[in-house]
Design a protein around this ligand. Structure first.
Ligand code: AMP
Ligand code: FES
Ligand code: ZN
Ligand code: ZN
Length: 302
């Protein structure tokens, strides 16, 4: 197989694009997809510094690499969930990446904010681990962005992540979740940072290839709290569809974003106010994070 651009031996075939690329042209293709995502959704301006949420995995470190290479001013944000060796190792990957590139890495510990690390939170609440964890991550990302003066937070969600989330929402007709499914969530309150997903046009396989070709050292292991079986099942279903018909995932997600999403947007929107306890945005009086932290403090042995 030959590279579509230069005719050299191709390193990677992209059936969805009916194309193959050599390493340098794949890297160029990858960055072009990120530029296109940023341009199309007006994710950031070139002058705006970006806080990149990095987990130590391939997607978020690949994203950070692209944004640095594209000339953005960035800092990384690592959220230490306190999940045993997994957290220790993933933090080390982020620190090594940041220091090799002379970038700042901000570290926030869930334990400090919540009063207990994620494994303890899981024990004292009946919520599925990833729901408490996801809630904490969103909260701490916004809090760190505000504290350090960033108007925008970028995450490494890729095409597979976004298609699987959409599939899950549609399977259960979670119509409240559908308008929030977007590569760019604008700020709707002065204390809410914009959230962007510049990798949403790129598949998991493509981010893995990019990370490999760029020599990025990332943590391969997944979080030991196995993700919900359902979200894995959704990814599997979509992979089978993709196998049978390349481009299926892309068409599913992009078709939704272009044609269906507007139909689910609610005209009135939600009104955000400041949490009476911590001052971060919420729709109620006390935000979900403060409620969870309070629950943990009462239940957890100190
Ligand atoms: P996940 O929900 O684990 O698939 O992660 C989605 C995105 O959230 C990643 O690409 C990161 O940008 C961000 N993220 C996940 N875990 C962390 C973490 N511990 N610290 C900072 N950002 C994270
Ligand atoms: Fe959230 Fe595993 S990363 S529970
Ligand atoms: Zn080439
Ligand atoms: Zn609060």
């Amino acid at each position: 197989m030959k590279c579509r651009k230069c005719g050299d031996t191709a390193a990677l075939e992209l059936r969805r694009h009916n194309a193959a690329f050599c390493s340098p042209h794949f890297i160029e293709f990858f960055r072009k997809q990120v530029r296109e995502a940023i341009r199309q959704h007006r994710m950031v301006t070139t002058e705006e510094p970006i806080l990149v949420a990095v987990s130590g995995g391939k997607d978020s470190l690949a994203l950070w690499d692209v944004l640095i290479e594209e000339g953005y001013a960035t800092a990384g944000l690592y959220l230490d969930l306190g999940i045993f060796d997994y957290s220790v190792e993933s933090r080390a990957k982020c620190e090594a990446f940041a220091s090799a590139r002379g970038q700042r890495l901000i570290v926030e510990r869930v334990e400090e904010a919540m009063g207990a690390p994620i494994p303890v939170v899981q024990k004292v609440t009946r919520r599925p681990t990833c729901s408490a964890c996801g809630l904490s991550k969103r909260y701490l990302m916004n809090r760190a962005a505000l504290a350090h003066g960033y108007a925008v937070v970028a995450t490494g969600h890729n095409l597979d992540d976004e298609a699987a989330t959409l599939f899950g929402s549609v399977m259960h007709w979670q119509t409240d979740a559908l308008p929030r499914q977007s590569p760019m969530l604008p700020s709707t309150h002065p204390k809410l940072a914009r959230r962007v997903k510049p990798l949403y046009r790129l598949s998991e396989r493509e981010t893995a290839a990019y990370a490999f070709l760029r020599g990025i050292d990332y943590i391969v292991e997944e979080c030991p709290f196995a993700r919900g079986a359902t979200s894995l099942a959704h990814k599997e279903v979509l992979n089978r569809l993709e196998e049978a018909s390349p481009g299926a995932k892309h068409n599913f997600l992009f078709g939704f974003l272009e044609k269906a999403r507007p139909a689910f947007e609610r005209a009135e929107g939600v009104t955000l106010v400041e949490c009476a306890s911590c001052g971060q945005v919420t729709t109620g009086t006390i935000c979900a994070f403060c409620k969870l932290a309070d629950h943990v403090k009462r239940a957890a042995p100190s």
